[in-house]
Design a protein around this ligand. Structure first.
Ligand SMILES: Cc1cc2nc3c(=O)[nH]c(=O)nc-3n(C[C@H](O)[C@H](O)[C@H](O)COP(=O)(O)O)c2cc1C
Length: 338
């Protein structure tokens, strides 16, 4: 006879606190967890989607895939296996996954390493030095993508140059989209969104920003300037799926997280890039560049020129975790997309 064991409230809270370091578009954190004492349900939070920037809500689901993988790693580092089922209830579209921690055991070295990488990862928007070992790293990233039905295409230097031109086109088109501008202004406004958004100290100055042609155009920030000058030498990988269904996006987010965390364990800097896949015209050009029809998201990968900025904020745990956790008001339970 096996005795079922479930984690206690303190463990549940510690695990989700760590998982909440997951990155999301503009640090919007479009997710909620519901814990029933043995299983956690992950839901898209429709109140935190960005309709002007992410007009097809692809990045909202993608970010939930990132969160799912972060939770998986956080549970593993705490010594629990995760049994995950994706879209367990087809009648509730917002319920993207359920995760049941089981089989408690002492965590291994790899699990602890990946857990620490969850804490250490950040988005580096500064120009970077090239990544060393770029012959082997793309193979590892392709492997991680394959495990989640996601193709990872590493661009060569000419490809990155072309990407810079597509990025520039995106910036010019977005100038004529006041709703996009309003959303950008809101999520970068600063202290009034103290628990979300992209703070000024995580955004480069205009001069450093100009050195990164493939980056999104954020308002100039106050990040410490790069000591060594020169244009960005980061490499870029493009994550592509077979389709644009929610299941593809959840898988792609899971793969994105695995790639960001793997790079972090290698001491590499990363920055997720998505403005190019948001606009259909630019996305079509990117699809032609990589020769695959559904590019979803890109990652710049390199060696940091500057120390990490202060940690970006996150919502208090009780805003994203509801249920039997021994604390909290359960506010995170309602309002999700249907
Ligand atoms: C789906 C997705 C899209 C993102 N798009 C961009 C982007 O286009 N440009 C950028 O600089 N950061 C982008 N990010 C990174 C977020 O802005 C970042 O994760 C968030 O602000 C939290 O900061 P952190 O990564 O330093 O923890 C994206 C992240 C995700 C998951």
């Amino acid at each position: 006879m096996t005795i079922e064991q479930h984690p206690g409230p303190a463990t549940v809270r510690a695990v989700f606190e760590r998982a909440a370091r997951a990155p999301s578009l503009h640090n919007s954190q479009p997710w909620r967890w519901r814990w029933d004492g043995s299983t956690a349900e992950l839901l898209v939070n429709a109140e935190r989607l960005l309709p002007a920037t992410d007009m097809f809500n692809r990045e909202g689901v993608l970010a939930c895939g990132v969160m799912l993988h972060h939770a998986d790693l956080a549970w593993a580092a705490a010594g629990w296996e995760s049994r995950v089922s994706r879209f367990p209830d087809p009648s509730v579209r917002a319920h993207v996954a359920s995760l049941e921690p089981r089989n408690p055991h002492p965590p291994g070295e790899a699990e602890l390493l990946l857990g620490r990488a969850v804490d250490a990862r950040y988005s580096d928007r500064m120009p970077m030095e090239p990544p060393p070992e770029w012959t082997t790293t793309p193979r590892v990233l392709e492997f991680l993508g394959d495990r989640s039905q996601t193709k990872v295409v590493a661009l060569d230097a000419a490809g990155v140059g072309e990407l810079g031109r597509i990025s520039q086109l995106t910036g010019r088109l977005r100038r004529y989209d006041p709703r996009y501008g309003t959303e950008m202004a809101w999520w970068t406004a600063g202290p009034e969104h103290g628990d979300a958004g992209v703070p000024a100290d995580a955004r480069p100055s205009a001069a450093d920003r100009a050195q990164v042609p493939v980056g999104r155009e954020f308002p100039a920030g106050t990040a410490a300037p790069a000591e060594a000058g020169g244009a960005d030498a980061a490499r870029v990988v493009v994550l592509c799926t077979d389709g644009d269904a929610a299941a593809d996006l959840l898988d792609c987010g899971y793969a994105l997280s695995a790639i960001l965390i793997e790079c972090t364990t290698q001491g590499l800097s990363t920055c997720t890039v998505s403005h190019i896949t948001e606009l259909p015209a630019a996305r079509t050009m990117l699809a032609e560049l990589v020769g695959l029809p559904h590019p979803q998201v890109l990652v710049r990968i390199g060696t940091a020129r500057t120390p990490p900025p202060p940690r970006t904020p996150r919502l208090p745990l009780d805003r994203i975790l509801a249920g039997e956790t021994g604390q909290g008001s359960g506010r995170a339970g309602g309002g999700e997309a249907g």
